[in-house]
Design a protein around this ligand. Structure first.
Ligand SMILES: CC(C)(COP(=O)(O)OP(=O)(O)OC[C@H]1O[C@@H](n2cnc3c(N)ncnc32)[C@H](O)[C@@H]1OP(=O)(O)O)[C@@H](O)C(=O)NCCC(=O)NCCS
Length: 159
């Protein structure tokens, strides 16, 4: 674990938090695959009730973030990212587990997510107990128009 790592969660469309998340977003997602969101997309989803953004920082420097949207007793992990220089040190897993803990505390019973089929993040989700549900062909559209399949995963938090 990273000394001094702090996780802050935001239920409102906090400008600084979204700006920090965008710094990580731009660095973390390869534009080839078309997975990254724009600031207006993040701001739009933050306006919806039941959405929360968690930013991981050390000394106020953003290193990662997670974005979750909930509806009633279900939620979806919309985005999870860690800045490239800080990967492989447990930040992604810490953000994921924190998101699950927050969801449980809110009475949410399941978490869903979509991930590009060729993304190494699949390993992280399986390690955290997510189960494969189905494949969504052509879910992501890359920069050059190429389509990439997504895999849907689900974690039943009652188990
Ligand atoms: C996916 C991502 C968030 C992982 O963050 P991270 O901080 O490097 O992950 P962690 O160090 O917490 O890894 C936890 C576990 O995930 C798995 N994992 C993470 N990255 C992996 C990789 N590149 N290859 C294989 N397994 C990986 C491993 O099982 C690892 O556990 P272990 O170290 O005990 O083997 C990060 O690589 C990232 O930001 N990727 C780009 C954005 C993205 O694709 N996000 C996911 C889709 S929204």
């Amino acid at each position: 674990m990273i000394p001094g790592l702090v996780l802050d969660s935001y239920d409102e469309a906090d400008r600084n938090a979204m700006s920090d998340a965008m710094d990580v977003m731009v660095a973390a997602f390869d534009p080839v695959f078309g997975e990254a969101w724009t600031l207006p997309q993040v701001a739009g989803v933050m306006m919806m009730p039941g959405t929360w953004l968690t930013v991981a920082r050390v000394d106020a420097t953003p290193l990662g973030f997670a974005l979750v949207r909930s509806v009633l007793d279900e939620c979806e992990l919309l985005l999870l990212a860690v800045a490239p220089l800080w990967r492989g040190r447990g930040i992604g897993e810490t953000l994921l587990r924190d998101s699950l803990t927050t969801a449980r505390r809110r009475g949410i019973l399941s978490m869903n997510l979509e991930v590009r089929a060729t993304n190494n993040a699949v390993r992280l989700y399986e390690k955290a107990g997510f189960e494969y549900v189905h494949r969504r062909p052509g879910y992501y559209r890359g920069k050059d128009g190429q389509l990439y399949d997504a895999l849907s995963f689900r974690k039943d938090m009652r188990i």
